[in-house]
Unconditional design. Structure first.
Ligand code: ADP
Ligand code: MG
Ligand code: ZN
Length: 643
C-alpha cells in the first residue's frame, strides 16, 4: 500500500508568486505602457524648441512636462519644469496646444482590465490553489480537476502481493476463516455457484470484541482472494462538509463496480451504521444520509458481478437493523475471544518472529493468559522479547513470557516501591487470604502464583489463578466459591489485623458484579428464578447492563446482592479461621519471598503440622475475639522479625 505523496508546496509559496506578479505588473508593465519612447531633455532645450515653434503639444503633470515635436513622426519628450511664471505666455506665443495630463490618457478598456480584471483573475487563481491544497489535505484521490475531488472516497486499494497477510497469519478463529473462505472461493469460481443458482452473500459482518483479529481477517481475505481490496474505515466517511459522507459512499461503490470482482472492507462500521432513531433533537442528519446512501448502494449493485462487502464492528447491537437484513450484511461472522487452543496457536504465530529458548511451553502460557485477546497475546510475545533484550539474552525464555503476561494484565513491576513494612505485611495476608480460600474450596482452581510486588497498574499484589482446562460454563456453586475467594483478602485482613483497608476495592467490585449477575442474568436466585431482570447492552465492550424491572424489585435485588456477598464473606471467614495456622505460615513465607508459585503454596498447605490443629482447637474454645487477638499477636511477631 505504497502511496506516493507529492511533496506539498507550502501555501506561502503561492502567496509569494502572486505578490511577484503584482509587483511585475506595477513596476514593469504599467510604466512600459504609459511611457512609450520618451526622450528626456533639459528645460533649456524645451524653451528653445518652444521659441522655434517646433513644439506641437505640451502637457503638464505636476513638475513634469511632456511635449511632442512637429516632425512627421512626432517624438515625445519629457522635462522637469522650473519656476517659470512666463511659461504660459511663451506657450501662447508659440501657438502650441497645452494643458494638464488628461485622466483618460490610457485606453479606458485597458485601464479597466488592469484595475479590475487582473486582480479578479489573481484571486480566482489563488482560490483554486488553496482549494486544491485543501482537497489534498482531506485526502482526495488523484485525477480530476481540483474541484472534482470533493466527495472522492479515499479507500485504499490493496492487492494481494501488498498486504502479504494470508489466513495462515490468523490463528484460531477457524469458523470465521471457513465462512470467509467460501466468499473467496466465490470470487474465484463464480460459475460454480451460478450453475446451481446459489447467490453469494452480498456482505459479511465480522463482529467480536476488540483485538480479536477482525481487521486482520479482512486483510487476510484480501491476500487470499487475489482481487482488488478496498479498505476504508467508517470514520473516514465523516467529513467536514455535509453531504460528503454520502458522496464518498457513492464514489466507493462506483470504484468497486469498475474493479469487480473485488472486496470492499468497511472497518468500524458502527461509526456510520448506528441506528437511526427518532428520539431527541434533529439527530445527525449527515450520518443518516451516509447510512442511507450505503443502504441504497448495497441494494443497487449486482452481487453476481462479484463485489463482496465485508465490515467489522465490535458494537453490533448499535447497528441499524436495515443494515443487517438479508440482502445486505446477511452473513454475520462471530470473531470471539480465542479459546485455549486458539491462544496457543496465536502465541505460536507471533512467536515465529522471535528467537525462543528450549524451555518455552506455549500451552502453559496460553492457559495462564485465559481471556486474553489476540492483540493482547501478540503484545505479550513482544513484551517477552523486549524483556529478553533488556536482560541481555539472545532468546526468549519461559519466564520472560510468564512475566509478560503479568505485564499485560497488571502492568510493570514497580521496582523501588514505597510500601512500608506494615503495608507489605497486610498485602501478604490479603493475597494469602485469597489463595487460601480458593484452595480450600473444592471446586476452586488452584493458584499458580502469588506475588506482593506492586505493579504500575496500582495493584499491590495479586493471586493468579489458572484453570487447568478451558471452561465455558460456571455452576452456581463455582460462582459462589469465586465470590468467597474474592472476599478472602478482606477476610484475612480483618481476621489478622482487626482492621480493614482500601486494598479490597477491586475485589469488592468484582464480587458485587458476580453476585448481581447471578440474580439478574443467570437466574440463580430462588426468589426470581429464571427471570431476566437485566439486559446487557453490549456484550463486547465492557458489558454495560440496564435494569429492566420495577423499583421494588430493584430494591429487593440490592438486598439479595448484599446477602449473597455477606454469605460468601462468612464462608471465607470460617475457612480462614479454621486454617489460621496455615494463613500465618503462608503469609510469612510470601512476605519473605515476595513471589511464590502455586506449587510452593500447595506444599506448605499440605504439610498438616501439629501447630495448626492446636490452634484450631484453641479457636473453637475461645470464639471470635480470641481469634483476632491471636492473629494480631502473630502478626506483630512477624513484623518484628522482619524489621
Ligand atoms: P480488531 O478485531 O480489533 O480489528 P485486529 O485485527 O486489529 O483486531 O488485531 C490486532 C492485532 O492483534 C493484529 O494485528 C494481530 O497482530 C493480533 N491478532 C489478533 N487476533 C489474532 C489472531 N487470531 N491471530 C493472530 N494474530 C492476531
Ligand atoms: Mg479493527
Ligand atoms: Zn484482593
Amino acid at each position: 500500500m505504497k502511496q506516493v505523496q507529492k511533496p506539498k508546496k507550502p501555501l506561502i509559496v503561492y502567496y509569494l508568486i502572486a505578490l511577484a506578479a503584482l509587483i511585475l505588473i506595477n513596476w514593469v508593465i504599467f510604466p512600459m505602457m504609459t511611457q512609450g519612447n520618451i526622450t528626456e531633455v533639459d528645460y533649456g532645450t524645451f524653451l528653445t524648441m518652444v521659441e522655434n515653434k517646433e513644439v506641437s503639444k505640451v502637457q503638464l503633470e505636476g513638475e513634469t512636462i511632456y511635449f511632442t515635436d512637429k516632425n512627421e513622426n512626432p517624438q515625445q519628450y519629457e522635462t522637469t519644469r522650473f519656476e517659470d511664471p512666463d511659461l504660459v505666455n511663451r506657450l501662447v506665443e508659440s501657438g502650441c496646444e497645452f494643458g494638464r495630463v488628461a485622466e483618460e490618457e490610457m485606453n479606458p478598456w485597458l485601464s479597466l482590465l488592469l484595475s479590475l480584471v487582473i486582480p479578479i483573475i489573481i484571486f480566482i487563481a489563488l482560490g483554486q490553489l488553496l482549494s486544491r491544497q485543501l482537497m489534498k489535505k482531506m485526502g482526495g484521490g488523484e485525477g480530476g480537476g481540483p474541484f472534482m475531488q470533493f466527495g472522492k472516497s479515499n479507500a485504499k486499494v490493496y492487492v494481494q502481493s501488498e498486504t502479504g497477510i494470508t489466513f495462515n497469519d490468523v490463528a484460531g478463529e477457524d469458523e470465521a476463516k471457513e465462512l470467509l473462505t467460501e466468499i473467496v472461493d466465490f470470487l474465484h469460481n463464480p460459475q460454480k455457484y451460478q450453475e446451481i443458482g446459489a447467490i453469494c452473500p452480498k456482505g459479511a459482518l465480522l463482529v467480536g470484541p476488540p483485538g480479536t483479529g477482525k481487521t486482520l481477517l479482512a486483510k487476510a481475505v484480501a491476500g487470499e482472494a487475489g482481487v482488488p481490496f478496498f479498505s476504508i474505515s467508517g470514520s473516514e466517511f465523516v467529513e467536514m462538509f455535509v453531504g460528503m459522507g454520502a458522496s464518498k459512499v457513492r464514489d466507493l461503490f462506483k470504484q468497486a463496480n469498475e474493479k469487480a470482482p473485488c472486496i470492499v472492507f468497511i472497518d468500524e462500521i458502527d461509526t456510520i451504521g448506528k441506528k437511526r432513531d427518532s428520539q431527541g433533537f434533529a439527530g445527525n442528519d449527515e450520518r443518516e444520509q451516509t447510512l442511507n446512501q450505503l443502504l441504497t448502494e448495497m441494494d443497487g449493485f449486482d452481487a453476481s458481478k462479484g463485489v463482496v462487502i465485508l465490515a467489522a464492528t465490535n458494537r453490533p447491537d448499535t447497528l441499524d437493523p436495515a443494515l443487517l437484513r438479508p440482502g445486505r450484511f446477511d452473513r454475520r461472522i462471530p470473531v470471539e475471544l480465542p479459546d485455549l487452543k486458539g491462544r496457543e496457536e496465536i502465541l505460536k504465530v507471533h512467536a515465529k518472529k522471535v528467537r525462543l529458548g528450549d524451555d518455552v511451553d506455549f500451552n502453559a502460557i496460553a492457559r495462564a493468559a485465559s481471556g486474553a485477546s489476540g492483540a493482547e497475546l501478540a503484545n505479550m510475545v513482544n513484551e517477552a522479547a523486549l524483556r529478553a533484550v533488556r536482560e541481555n539474552r539472545k532468546y526468549v525464555t519461559q519466564s520472560d513470557l510468564e512475566e509478560s503476561i503479568e505485564v499485560v494484565i497488571a502492568g510493570y513491576q514497580k521496582k523501588n516501591s514505597v510500601l512500608s513494612t506494615k503495608e507489605k505485611l497486610i498485602v501478604a495476608y490479603h493475597e494469602i487470604g485469597h489463595a487460601l480460600v480458593a484452595a480450600l474450596q473444592t471446586n476452586s482452581a488452584p493458584v499458580t502464583k502469588i506475588t506482593i510486588i506492586p505493579r504500575t497498574s496500582g495493584a499491590l499484589g495479586y493471586t493468579m489463578q489458572v484453570d487447568s482446562e478451558e471452561r465455558n460454563l460456571m455452576s452456581k456453586e463455582e460462582i459462589e466459591n469465586k465470590i468467597a475467594t474474592l472476599t478472602g483478602g478482606r477476610c484475612a485482613e480483618e481476621l489478622v489485623f482487626g482492621s480493614i483497608t482500601t486494598g479490597a476495592s477491586n475485589d469488592i467490585e468484582q464480587a458485587t458484579k458476580l453476585a448481581r449477575a447471578m440474580i439478574t442474568r443467570f437466574g440463580m436466585s430462588d426468589r426470581f428464578g429464571m427471570v431476566a431482570l437485566e439486559t446487557q447492552a453490549n456484550p463486547y465492550l465492557g458489558g454495560d447492563s440496564s435494569l429492566s424491572c420495577s423499583p421494588e424489585t430493584a430494591a429487593h435485588i440490592d438486598d439479595m446482592v448484599v446477602n449473597a456477598v455477606k454469605e460468601a464473606y462468612d464462608k471465607a471467614m470460617n475457612l480462614l479461621r479454621e486454617n489460621q495456622g496455615k494463613l500465618h505460615e503462608l503469609a510469612k513465607y510470601l512476605y519473605d519471598r515476595e513471589t511464590i508459585t502455586g506449587d510452593e503454596f500447595m506444599e506448605i498447605l499440605n504439610q498438616r503440622d501439629l501447630a495448626d490443629t492446636e490452634i484450631r482447637n484453641e479457636d473453637s474454645e475461645n470464639g471470635n475475639s480470641g481469634n483476632t487477638e491471636s492473629g494480631e499477636n502473630t502478626a506483630a511477631k512477624l513484623t518484628i522479625e522482619n524489621e
